[in-house]
Design a binder for this molecule. Sequence first.
Ligand code: ADP
Ligand code: ZN
Length: 548
Amino acid sequence: MSPAPVEADAAQQVLHEVFGYTAFRGRQREIVEHVAAGGDALVLMPTGGGKSLCYQVPAILRHRAGQGVTVVVSPLIALMHDQVGALDEVGVPAAFLNSTLDGDEARRIERELLAGRLVLLYAAPERILTPRFLAMLESLAERDRLALFAIDEAHCVSQWGHDFREEYLGLSALHERFPQVPRMALTATADAHTREDIVARLKLEDARRFVSSFDRPNIRYTIVEKDEPKRQLLRFLRDEHEGDAGIVYCQSRKKVEDTAAWLSDEGIPALPYHAGLDAETRRRHQDRFLREDGLVMVATIAFGMGIDKPDVRFVAHLDLPKNIEAYYQETGRAGRDGLPADAWMTYGLADVVNQRRMIDDGEADEEFKHLQRGKLDALLALAEAHDCRRVRLLGYFGERYGEGDEHAGAVPRLRCGNCDNCLAPPATWDATEAARKALSCVYRFRQQGGQRFGAGHLVDVLRGKQTDKVAQYGHETLSTFGIGADVAETQWRGVLRQLIALGHLRTEGEFNTLELTASAREVLRGEVQLLLRVPAETPRRGRTTRTR
Ligand code: ADP
Ligand code: ZN
């Protein structure tokens, strides 16, 4: 009789007997086996992908093997609570140490820890780095009872990421003091820059990397051009998400307040959430959102991290996020239950201009600003895209859609069938000539009076509209006056957005006046071809007469 392959099946057994699941998902099995065997790992997995099991199963296996406790570093108290509660339910001895405990409770948990009874201990990084805690780890390490360090939300260590936390920087000390203890870092952040930063700062150069597909197939991506955004939002909510829970992101606190109040007036139950509200109100709104059905949370980005509500049916953006990472992270809060969900965004020229200005006016140094501008451009390209959004989104993270680990050997695909552009391919038009006209018009402004003007006036001049401003500056005499009368206003806005997005035009000063950049010459010489989407709701207006 051959012996049963206990080792190989131990992980599967724990999954089944402890957690009640039948099979590992994606790369979970590989990760669990690697870590249980004492290997270091960097785990990149999208939100909802099942990161927790990747350290919980090894923790159980290693504890059973007499290797002691797994210490989980987590930045979020709410998350520690939930996880320990869930582990408690399935009978796994786990605890957390954080500021919510009183001294007696904390000491009881410390005794459990030192006695080797805990399988998992969750703690915030600032706690872990206290002399008291390090001394306990020391005592465990001396007895070989420190099984694993699992660093959750590892992107918090990176200043490039969207959620930098100073205290995370201290975590490299763990490796220096306890080099023999295996470590794993986990994050849902997909961007390469942050990833390298995690590796460098946590000294994980030799860790094996497990990169899962970041696709969220149940999320439908839609990006519409801003045209009375509130009305667009209301229609989206009424037509597609009656009675659903969801999040509406706005950039400013004031807009959050206004939008929440307005939605409530329109009969859609909505609550505001932003960092300017007192802690008690925030907690109450968050609790209601988690517990009640069909609430809409209107929020700034202060809301979201660690919010584990599986049935968020939509995430709507009324303002452009900072970059693609932020967009992915924020939209990723939709549909964690795997059921169909929407990521919907409305954006316009003003968003582009605002985001640019926020970067320009920021405190950061030039190098960082340059990086931020590049990231914004990538997001703009996604917003302006007329091909598959998913392919572009994943492409940004270095993933070729359809080649993910779940379909090994599959060839990359060009269409997902579940984004606005796949479902209703937009018509495109060749805007190369229009772009040249716009840039030469900006040039003429400068030539004539040495002055700069904003997008609104530029479009008026291109379309040959007789306005007070046109008369004031004598712009009806420009050779470019009315040369773009055949192009609709919405199309002109698209051209200008693209030119700004591509860096051929930039905006300046408090009036966002337009200025050519060095690369504008390439467009003027006809070296750059621009293929733009035809705006969905281009009104067919009568032509403006040319008066030249
Ligand atoms: P993440 O931390 O990556 O966002 P979680 O660890 O919270 O994801 O897991 C998301 C959900 O998927 C949880 O409800 C979890 O119980 C479930 N889950 C994870 N792995 C499996 C699996 N192998 N089988 C069934 N459910 C799983
Ligand atoms: Zn698509």
